[in-house]
Design a protein around this ligand. Structure first.
Ligand SMILES: *[C@@H]1O[C@H](CO)[C@@H](O)[C@H](O)[C@H]1NC(C)=O
Ligand SMILES: *[C@@H]1O[C@H](CO)[C@@H](O)[C@H](O)[C@H]1NC(C)=O
Ligand SMILES: *[C@@H]1O[C@H](CO)[C@@H](O)[C@H](O)[C@H]1NC(C)=O
Length: 334
């Protein structure tokens, strides 16, 4: 029981840290404004969290267009390129496109033609408790010709949905940033093997089907716990679930689902993996790793919602509402 309490306490600490960052970013948010940490340690932690939010989020458009990546790659691993797991990330393109368009109304996005279609974002080697490693081979090149045998599958399952990208930008980026680190495994030691593995997993782990089997389809609102239960039922492993939060509308959108694999390329639990601003939250059905609001519905959109009249950069990383979270946890654990 005391262990449980400890866990709850730690979760709350993590959450309130995020909440503080959040309130600093939006002074008008009075609900969270009281959550202040006056001491130095806490401020340092907040700085760390901010760093993580900025640098670790693989979804933001900055990930797609950020040369800082290279510096971060160097900073993060200091030449140590060891990793434990592969994170296989699929994204819900509707949410990504919506996010980009809200940030920049002229941002072009290429949605897949197929309906209810999740696309691969990447296969990311990861050391538990860390982000990365990345950019493990500074002399590596990307040669699109090596992928000619699977070009159609890549275009289908692993497309670059960013209409602003040029040519093979996403694949090149994924290979140089992540593939060069995965390449220590013989099964993934060249472009063709690495990208083929992503395709194989995309075919083997069809999120639309897994979610659909539990009655979760686009154009619905679900708790993250319901999404989690559906995924665990379909995968037999614990994934992580990522949202983008539109603070203007106060709506969380399902954005990415990440499945972890061990070095034998078998699916495994994502526990212990650092996923940007996601946290682990216990509930009676298990432990959900997520950055989605735990106590609010998560919207799984079927269409990019209509453009707003007034564009504002109001996208934030979802911050679990501390008060409601505490209520939620108490409800289930006390
Ligand atoms: C890095 O990439 C280059 C170019 O493809 C290759 O020749 C070299 O073997 C790679 N180094 C490692 C350590 O994999
Ligand atoms: C889901 O929630 C959003 C945001 O509150 C709302 O606009 C939408 O109508 C809801 N959709 C369904 C199917 O309930
Ligand atoms: C990985 O999965 C394969 C096939 O399901 C199985 O034979 C093998 O033992 C697994 N490896 C590990 C390390 O669990």
């Amino acid at each position: 029981m005391s262990q449980r309490f400890c866990k709850i306490f730690l979760t709350c600490c993590a959450i309130s840290t995020f909440a503080t960052v959040y309130s600093a970013a939006t002074p008008d948010s009075d609900e969270l404004a009281e959550l202040q940490f006056p001491n130095e340690d806490a401020l340092k932690r907040i700085e760390e969290v901010k760093q993580n939010i900025f640098f670790s989020d693989e979804l933001s458009s900055s990930e797609y267009h950020d040369d800082l990546d290279i510096e971060m790659g160097l900073l993060e691993n200091g030449g140590n390129y060891e990793w434990d797991l592969l994170i296989f990330t699929q994204q819900w393109p509707v949410t990504t496109c919506y996010h980009w368009r809200e940030e920049d109304k002229d941002h072009e996005c290429k949605l897949p033609a197929a309906k209810e279609f999740w696309t691969v974002h990447g296969v990311w080697p990861t050391k538990k408790g860390h982000i990365g490693p990345s950019f493990c081979n500074k002399t590596a090149n990307f040669d699109i010709n090596l992928l000619s045998d699977i070009k159609d599958e890549l275009n289908h399952f692993w497309p670059d949905i960013d209409g602003e990208s040029k040519g093979d930008w996403l694949w090149k980026h994924e290979w140089l940033k992540h593939g060069t680190c995965a390449a220590v495994l013989e099964e993934l030691n060249n472009e063709l093997k690495y990208f083929s593995q992503g395709i194989t997993w995309r075919e083997g782990f069809q999120l639309s089907k897994i979610l659909g089997d539990s009655g979760i389809h686009p154009d619905s609102n679900n708790t993250v716990v319901a999404i989690h239960a559906a995924l665990v039922k379909g995968l037999g492993k614990n994934p992580s679930i990522h949202c983008l939060y539109d603070s203007k509308k106060d709506v969380s959108y399902l954005e990415e689902i990440r499945i972890c694999f061990d070095k034998s390329l078998n699916a495994t639990d994502c526990d212990g993996v650092k996923h940007g601003n996601a946290v682990s939250i216990d509930y009676p059905g298990g432990t959900v790793i997520t950055n989605c609001h735990i106590s609010k519905p998560v919207h799984y959109p079927s269409l990019v919602p209509n453009r707003r009249r007034q564009e504002e950069n109001k996208w934030k990383f979802p911050i679990v509402n501390l008060y409601k979270l505490v209520q939620f946890i108490m409800w289930f654990t006390l």
